[in-house]
Design a protein around this ligand. Structure first.
Ligand SMILES: [Zn+2]
Length: 865
């Protein structure tokens, strides 16, 4: 037998010694030290057979084997141990513990998107010990999940052989992972793991925490590693703690502020005829600041580079702009790199798991709390380098980003937290995709600074979740896009917990590494509610509009057209008009982008012409051609950015605001801005019709591009360094037409994308009618049918399919149009007319031998039948 070097033998360290170095909030309070009696005193572990060979043998592909190579900061996944642990009987029997587990790392997930499942806190559940013969059982108390006071069967979490017993102590052998790990994490339908083992056993904090690292391997040889923890519940939850309910029925604060809750639980408030009434509720997740010196400390995994420490620090301590004025001290502390030996998932540590993946990815946060009080032990934030890198490197790859469809985002695995951890337990309250930041970046932007800024604002947002803040998608209603940004009069948002436009968050922390920055009203108030009893919210303070994910997704009684992710401006339809204006108008950009497309093209023109006139830079025809080719690539990006690819493009704005066409559930007086529902809908439809009717760029940007191409032509013709007169004429014409062709191809592709996106929004939805009033609803409906009719035949002639990119738009429109057949005869005439028109084009195509056109039309007709 040999001792595993990683697992230290911890003999009841003096509590004071350990706590002083721990730096977690509970540990700060001297009053709290004695409240949790230690229960474990000795661990002795031995290595079992190494799983390395077994793992490699089972790996079905080279990729799996490659993934199994340990990452930085990752304990060797393939190591197997068993351990003997001595427990104090008086400290374990009849006492409630919290069992929890965290996913550390895994080879499972979406490899292509660099989103392997990792670093997720899955929560705590109440458990207790029971001795059954020579076995010690750890049993989950499920009472909170059931309304019944008698029917709540307990679940076996783990079972240990008792190898020695005295009057005071039990010694057990720990040899296997908890029984709930696999099904909780992989779902109840997942095949049983091919193998599972323990990787380490450790007693920490003077015997108050028992930590075991475990591993599961599936049939493909993919490994998931976990940290399981056990602590006395009284180590986290003081007896006199007053929880805050995150339930709109019982707590008005939960309507005004979007609180993150732990899980739905049943609690007893009253009795009727002596029978307990157990009602379902949930509690706000938050840290418990136990004393007037308590802090919330954060660490980053050891692999984080020095170069990003300032950004990491600002994302954490930035929240002190609220704590300091309210509590008189800095509560948030960034402690730098995680001390050696501390494991990811240790419930005493809040950890930013920095991942070096550079290609793409998402950031997210997860947290573990006591389900009956919401008191949080710890939070883990997953923060990939991609957030910096996306701007610094991928900005050049805009033309071909691996953007996932909305659909695949929705099906992104958010963990089937079935079983004991509760279906409603949202493990990941937030997943922010790095590519959305890319969409916010104007082509040509200064990438390094932008990368650093979005890294900070993303971390700031995720740390907000850790503090108990849910999303507030009405934060963006703060901003009047027709006026200049100023704090606090015309702040771009009320909250970092909205999905704000990234360019709006670049000033969140003016000096990287420091905490200062704009005070956002909603965030100020909610921090006070969660951490200072609301003492800093006066009765006269603004009631900031607020809504969360459930509100944004709800169709119940209609939609809330102001509760939109990624929108901007106090009246979103005005924001949409601003987006249209930035595309179509020559000058006068309003809203988020500071320039119109025409102004951006003109800006590029000055640069291009200067270079073309510079004999040193463009000495000959080849260099001039290279210059214009490069310019054309940028021009394409710019056109696409304003029409379709930018986060504030016309397409994105139309897409986001399409809900406004549907029946609204909000009362008129709850809406910001003095625009009625009918007016707002009409204004939306105006922009929609304009956009769907576009066949080319609007006049202003088109003219700007044509002028530019003419100037290029003239410069080439005038300069004999570009060759003979004939050569110059040829080159000038070629360059001119290449500029016009670049603009046209990008416009065609962008408009096709726009039509495809919007066709999908115009279908008949039996669960969500158009508009609220019957008459108005029918009016909008017939307009939608008219637009779809137009889209089905748009650019479709016998001679040609039109731009190849437009086929999906027609197919999508036909699909949406077909949904109106559910209405019986109401739109039968319109649909019949489209079919007749398609048949005419098809016949003409037959006469001309255009089989591809006929095939395409046949598919459209099949959709409409
Ligand atoms: Zn979020």
């Amino acid at each position: 037998m040999r001792f595993n070097p990683v697992v230290s033998v911890v003999y009841a360290l003096s509590a004071a010694t350990f706590l002083a170095s721990c730096g977690q909030i509970r540990s700060k309070s001297k009053d709290n030290e004695s409240s949790a009696e230690p229960f474990a005193s000795n661990v002795e572990t031995k290595s079992e057979t190494s799983k390395a060979e077994e793992v490699k043998a089972a790996a079905s592909s080279e990729k799996a084997a490659e993934i199994l190579t340990p990452k930085a900061n990752q304990t060797d996944a393939a190591k197997a141990v068993v351990g003997d642990v001595t427990l104090k009987k008086s400290a374990i029997m009849g006492r409630t513990f919290l069992y929890g587990f965290d996913l550390q790392y895994s080879a499972v997930g979406d490899v292509s998107f660099s989103l392997l499942d990792q670093s997720q806190a899955l929560g705590h559940i109440p458990v207790s010990f029971r001795i059954v013969g020579r076995r010690l059982q750890l049993l989950a108390d499920n009472t909170r999940k059931f309304e019944s006071v008698v029917n709540h069967p307990e679940t076996l979490v783990n079972e240990y052989e008792i190898i020695a017993e005295s009057d005071d102590e039990l010694t057990i052998t720990m040899s296997k992972p908890g029984m709930l790990l696999h099904k909780t994490f992989n779902g109840s339908d997942a095949a049983a793991p091919a193998s599972s083992w323990l990787r380490s056993i450790e007693i920490v904090d003077g015997g108050r925490y028992l930590l075991q690292e475990s591993a599961l391997m599936n049939a493909k040889g993919e490994v998931q590693t976990f940290l399981e923890s056990l602590m006395p519940r009284d180590a986290l939850v003081p007896a006199d703690y007053k929880p805050m309910e995150a339930n709109r029925d019982t707590n008005d604060l939960a309507t005004r502020y979007m609180l993150l809750d732990s899980e739905k639980v049943f609690v007893q408030r009253t009795t009727t005829n002596g029978v307990p009434v157990r009602e379902e509720t949930s509690f706000a997740s938050r840290f418990n600041l136990t004393s007037e010196t308590s802090t919330i400390d954060w660490y980053v995994t050891a692999n984080a580079p020095d170069e990003l420490m300032g950004e990491l620090k600002s994302g954490v301590v930035g929240w002190n702009r609220y704590f300091k004025p309210q509590l008189g001290r800095d509560v948030m502390r960034f402690m730098g790199r995680l001390p050696a030996g501390v494991k990811l998932g240790d419930p005493r540590y809040n950890i930013i798991n920095f991942d070096s993946v550079a290609e793409a990815g998402a950031a997210y946060e997860s947290q573990a709390s006591d389900p009956l009080t919401g008191i949080q032990s710890h939070s883990i934030v997953y923060m990939p380098y991609a957030w910096y890198n996306i701007a610094a490197k991928l900005s050049t790859a805009r033309e071909n980003p691996s953007v996932r469809s909305e659909e695949s985002r929705a099906t992104q695995k958010t963990l089937d937290a079935s079983g004991l951890f509760g279906k409603d337990h949202r493990v990941l309250s937030c997943v922010r995709y790095a590519e959305e930041a890319l969409e916010a970046m104007t082509p040509g932007e200064a990438v390094d600074d932008f990368g650093r800024r979005i890294f900070i604002s993303t971390l700031f947002h995720e740390v907000g979740h850790a503090l108990g803040l849910g999303h507030n998608f009405k934060g963006s209603l703060a901003y009047d896009g027709a006026a200049p940004v100023s704090f606090p009069q015309n702040a771009t948002t009320y909250s970092v917990m909205d999905y704000n436009y990234y360019q709006h968050e670049t000033d969140l922390v003016p000096v990287i590494g420091e905490a200062g920055g704009p005070v956002l009203e909603y965030d100020r108030q909610i921090i006070s509610q969660l951490y200072n009893n609301g003492n800093d919210v006066a009765a006269s303070d603004l009631v900031v509009p607020a809504c969360n994910d459930a509100d944004a997704d709800s169709k119940d009684g209609g939609v809330d057209p102001n509760c939109i992710r990624y929108d901007a401006e106090k009246n979103p339809v005005v924001g949409l008009e601003h987006a249209w204006g930035r595309l179509a108008n020559e000058t006068g950009a309003m809203g988020i982008e500071t320039k119109t497309l025409t102004e951006r093209v003109n800006g590029q023109r000055e640069r291009l012409l200067a270079l073309l006139n510079d004999e040193g830079k463009t000495p000959d025809a080849a260099s001039a051609t290279a210059l214009v080719t490069k310019f054309n690539a940028g021009l394409k990006q710019l056109v696409a950015y304003y029409i379709t690819s930018g986060a504030q493009s016309v397409r994105t704005n139309l897409n986001l605001n399409a809900v406004a066409l549907r029946a609204w559930r909000v009362e008129q007086d709850q809406l910001s801005g003095a625009i009625t529902e009918a007016d707002r809908r009409a204004r939306y439809l105006t922009v929609l019709k304009n956009a769907l009717s576009l066949k080319a760029l609007p006049e202003a940007p088109q003219k700007s591009i044509e002028d530019l191409s003419t100037l290029v032509q003239a410069i080439v013709l005038q300069n004999d360094r570009f060759g003979s007169q004939d050569d110059r004429q040829t080159l000038a014409d070629k360059l001119k037409s290449s500029i016009l062709a670049a603009a046209k191809s990008s416009t065609d592709a962008s408009l096709a994308k726009l039509r495809t996106t919007l066709a999908d929004k115009l279908g008949f939805d039996k669960d969500l009618s158009f508009a609220s009033g019957v008459v108005e609803g029918r009016t909008v409906e017939s307009q939608a049918v008219g637009l779809l009719t137009q889209l089905v035949v748009q650019d479709l002639t016998a001679e040609s399919l039109g731009a190849a990119a437009s086929s999906p738009a027609r197919a999508g429109a036909a699909k949406a149009l077909a949904t109106y057949k559910d209405l019986g005869d109401d739109y039968a005439a319109e649909i019949a007319a489209v079919k007749a028109q398609l048949n005419v084009i098809s016949k003409a195509a037959r006469d001309q031998g255009k089989q591809d056109v006929r095939d395409h039309i046949r598919a459209l007709l099949e959709t409409l039948h």
